[in-house]
Design a protein around this ligand. Structure first.
Ligand SMILES: Nc1nc2c(ncn2[C@@H]2O[C@H](COP(=O)(O)OP(=O)(O)OP(=O)(O)O)[C@@H](O)[C@H]2O)c(=O)[nH]1
Ligand SMILES: [Mg+2]
Length: 308
């Protein structure tokens, strides 16, 4: 993934709260200790507190326990090394890059998520990376529900030097998507990114609106949307994952943008997402500026999470 440059220091900084919080607890519980049944219990609790997900936490504890009973894992330090290996092993080589349209035509990225998840900010991050890579980008303000939503997208677009297609407040978001798809083709832009509403009258409304936006762009641009990115706020923990499930049931999501990892001490949520949704986390948000984005690299993530 050359597009998004990964910087281990930024990642470590972004995970500062996790590193000094829940991951530090896991580390200090284990470091320099002799492994014991009590220590295993404490470890399991600490992993759950890190938002790793109950199933995964229990699984890892059981595996370490089995190693302990066989006499293969004797110390806390060995257990920590095993834990890290295990976490890395949960992530087989999968394609975490953004998928672009093959051949002609713009690539369409649809961005969804509950209100306040960080959609608009994450779009600014994706846009900045695409622009840095020399790609032209057009934005579509399909959140016509809130006036401020369009303004916020416009502020980012001015800063990033890209244009926005918008409609009337309260208008049909699918009509905005239609105009935007036409404009993207006519202007020959490389990537069209659609911002959507996070809240509507009902969840059912929201899901139907997403479906409608999807089908409108699919009719205009073959193969679109090429990516459906679901933004999940890392600070909302299991609750956020449960809300995300509703989206994955209603529409084909191709990847997760996990925002606000810098704002939580429970960075283990990345692992819980694997357990609950089985979708690739493609990007992580580690701050509020367009530069605060990292491609998700499991090995680097696990290292950064447990780094001192
Ligand atoms: N610390 C931190 N804050 C973030 C990050 N991503 C987004 N935010 C903040 O979260 C708040 C909500 O972000 P938005 O991008 O407006 O979220 P949204 O999903 O578009 O919200 P709605 O349009 O209301 O549904 C803003 O204050 C952002 O600055 C992140 O990675 N780290
Ligand atoms: Mg928004």
């Amino acid at each position: 993934m050359s597009l998004f440059k990964s910087a281990i220091n930024k990642l470590k900084q972004g995970l500062a709260k996790t590193r000094s919080g829940s991951a530090a607890t896991v580390r200090t519980i284990l470091t320099g200790k002799k492994l014991s049944p009590q220590l295993l219990k404490d470890l399991e609790r600490a992993m759950i507190q890190a938002d790793i997900g109950i199933k995964t936490a229990v699984e890892i504890r059981k595996d370490i326990q089995a190693g302990f009973e066989r006499g293969e894992i004797e110390s806390g330090d060995q257990a920590l090394a095993f834990l890290k290996d295990q976490l890395r092993a949960y992530y087989p080589e999968t394609d975490r890059s953004l998928h672009f349209a093959r051949g002609e035509g713009p690539t369409v990225i649809l961005v969804a998520g509950i209100n306040g998840a960080g959609k608009t900010t994450s779009i600014a991050k994706i846009t900045k990376s695409l622009r840095d890579d020399g790609k032209s980008v057009l934005l579509a303000a399909c959140d016509t529900f809130r006036a401020a939503a369009v303004e916020q997208l416009e502020v980012w677009s001015e800063r990033l030097g890209v244009q926005v297609i918008k409609g009337q407040q309260g208008g049909d978001p699918a009509a905005v998507a239609f105009d935007a798809a036409q404009a993207a083709v006519a202007r020959g832009v490389d990537v069209l990114v659609l911002d959507t509403a996070g809240r509507l009258h009902t969840q059912d409304h929201l899901m139907r609106q997403l479906t409608k936006i999807r089908s409108v762009v699919a009719k205009q641009i073959p193969g679109a949307p090429h990516e459906v990115i679901l933004v999940i706020d890392a600070t909302t923990g299991q609750n956020g994952i449960n809300q995300a499930k509703v989206f994955t049931e209603a529409t084909d999501v191709t990847g997760i943008f996990l925002s606000k990892l810098d704002g939580t001490a429970r960075g283990g949520i990345v692992i819980a997402i694997r357990e609950a949704l089985n979708l690739p986390v493609k990007f992580i948000g580690v701050g509020e500026t367009p530069d605060d984005v990292e491609p998700f690299d499991p090995a680097k993530f696990v290292d950064a999470m447990f780094a001192e």
